[in-house]
Ligand binder design. Sequence first.
Ligand code: ADP
Ligand code: RBF
Ligand code: MG
Length: 215
Amino acid sequence: MAEKARPSIVGPDSGPEPPYPLRMSGPVISGFGRGSKELGIPTANLPVDSTATPWIADIVSGVYFGWASIALPAHHPDAAPTADGTNGDTSTSTSTSDGTSSGGGGPPAFRIFPMVMSIGYNPFYKNTVRSAEVHVLHTFGADFYGAEMRLLLLGFIREERDYASLDALIADINTDCDVARASLARPAWTPRELDAAAGQLDGRWLIGEKPESAA
Ligand code: ADP
Ligand code: RBF
Ligand code: MG
């Protein structure tokens, strides 16, 4: 059966619309250990905690996209580099055009990346618990279990589905990645904290600061 063509971009050029942006955060935990990494789609799992994240209980299961920021420890190969070429945390708190931030002597610096994520029961695997798993659109030199991750969800791509084969699931996830990349590349969808020149989106939440509209 031929699959229906999917739209290559989601949301208006003017930027995310309510209820977005939605925010969540937590430590990266171990997932189902199904070898998503071997399939080329590692997913950083976060706890589904409806106390910390009230909206998550009511949101439709499916695929979402937006930005992830990760507090990578200084020894991680992808940690934000500093002016002296080390990963040390010696500068005052700043955000730079490459999306890094560092706080003098404080916690690890956040780095911002585009992401696509699944919230739901993974019908292909018939899970009985709801999971939240993030595929970061970046190739990492090492794992980052335990690191704090902050998410800014900006839109919904599709509902979750069952598939006739693993290949069909992977093909749809790869399309999700393309949709997320194209949708996020627009100025009204790009955090100023990542691109000071072109970005128009308030991404302060991602670097550990209070956003304009914090509840
Ligand atoms: P698990 O079942 O424990 O979630 P995965 O195979 O899904 O295992 O791999 C997830 C782990 O891989 C993440 O917790 C993270 O440490 C690491 N990782 C490496 N690259 C990425 C990436 N691009 N996106 C998400 N996680 C990644
Ligand atoms: N699992 C499903 O059963 N159905 C889906 O439609 C589905 N969509 C996903 C979309 C994205 C962007 C991601 C990152 C995961 C998705 N998953 C889905 C979860 C997937 O089954 C899980 O990550 C596996 O561990 C991959 O082997
Ligand atoms: Mg995972």
